[in-house]
Design a binder for this molecule. Structure first.
Ligand code: BDP
Length: 332
């Protein structure tokens, strides 16, 4: 029997090189990536994530396979952020609000009224602001692949319509898990309770809270509107969301597959934004038909003015983020 020594040397050499550079040999059986999503199937985020996983698989010729667990079955958002960071989960779609405690720069887009409109948010997230936030997230182990839309959040409650800050006084309002939102509600005279999204409906029904705040699709999809019928369009928060991959999972991909993941992530965001506009209109119709009393706020200035202390406190605690705050709030 003849042994092809040069072939052996080549194989051994390649393995050595791979080991030296910390590259794992490509495996035909890479584990399926696991993704977290708080929203139910059919929600714009969920549809866009399904597009992401199926296109990722198709364009990598099956080298990368991925599955999203919809409906929050893999736990709460603050926990999931940690899990993705450490690589226990591979990808997810997060609102930047609950990300603030982990990624301080993310708090900048959780400042009330910082964006002037949704189109302005798109423009800034697709430009300099998105780059700055993406870099800050990556330092914490979260690779942003696309910026999703989450519309504008407004207050809803079971007690009265809100037309001026004084109407918030004394209301028990659920907020997402981030002290910034506690400050925000307290600045309006309300009592803020940070709470997991999944617990809100029951808490509204039992009177543990009087209300919460969210965009029309989430207020509708969760049935919160059935327990809290006053929806007041304060539109105080425009917080972008992100499709993210764990840096651990991302770094394990080949450069070619990383590029594909980024490309499909960007495309999924475009798709999500289109679906979002449609769903917002559909949700408003469900709310109207469901007997929700919706009021617009003609003059938001009193609400904006009430937020001065939130900004002052935030900038005093995070002077290094002043530049990013100014860049966004001074943008046209
Ligand atoms: C929705 C966001 C979701 C949040 C939820 C909340 O899309 O990520 O978890 O609000 O209020 O609009 O917790």
């Amino acid at each position: 029997m003849t042994v092809n020594r040069s072939a052996l040397r080549t194989t051994a050499g390649a393995a050595l090189l791979a080991a030296a550079f910390g590259l794992a040999p490509a495996s035909a059986h890479a584990a399926e990536l696991r993704g977290w999503n708080i929203h139910p199937e059919g929600y714009p985020v969920s549809e866009a994530m399904d597009f992401f996983t199926s296109e990722l698989e198709a364009r990598t010729d099956g080298r990368v396979t991925a599955k999203t667990f919809h409906g929050g079955v893999l736990g709460s958002q603050p926990d999931a952020i940690e899990q993705v960071r450490i690589g226990a989960l591979d990808f997810a779609e997060f609102n930047l609000g609950p990300m603030g405690p982990t990624v301080p720069a993310a708090n900048v887009v959780s400042l009330p009224f910082i964006f002037k409109s949704i189109p302005q948010m798109y423009e800034l997230m697709d430009g300099e602001a998105g780059q700055a936030l993406g870099a800050a997230m990556e330092e914490k182990g979260l690779v942003a692949l696309g910026w999703y839309d989450s519309g504008a959040r407004s207050f809803y409650n079971s007690v009265r319509p809100i037309t001026q800050p004084a109407d918030v006084e004394g209301l028990k309002v659920r907020v997402m898990s981030n002290d910034l939102f506690v400050d925000m509600v307290e600045s309006l005279g309300g009592n803020a309770t940070p709470m997991a999204f999944a617990e809100v409906l029951q808490s509204l029904k039992t009177g543990v809270i009087d209300g919460a705040e969210n965009n029309p699709p989430s207020y509708e999809s969760t049935s919160h509107f059935e327990a809290a019928k006053y929806y007041s369009l304060t539109e105080h928060l425009i917080i972008p969301e992100a499709l993210v991959m764990s840096k651990k999972a991302f770094d394990a991909l080949s450069p070619e597959d990383q590029e594909i993941a980024r490309e499909v992530g960007r495309e999924s965001a475009e798709m999500q934004r289109g679906l979002w506009q449609e769903r917002e209109a559909a949700s408003m119709k469900v709310l109207e038909d469901g007997g929700v009393q919706i009021n617009t706020i003609d003059d938001k200035a009193p609400f904006q003015d009430a937020m001065a202390g939130v900004y002052d406190g935030f900038l005093a605690a995070n002077p290094d983020l002043t530049e990013l705050v100014d860049m966004i709030r001074n943008a046209d």
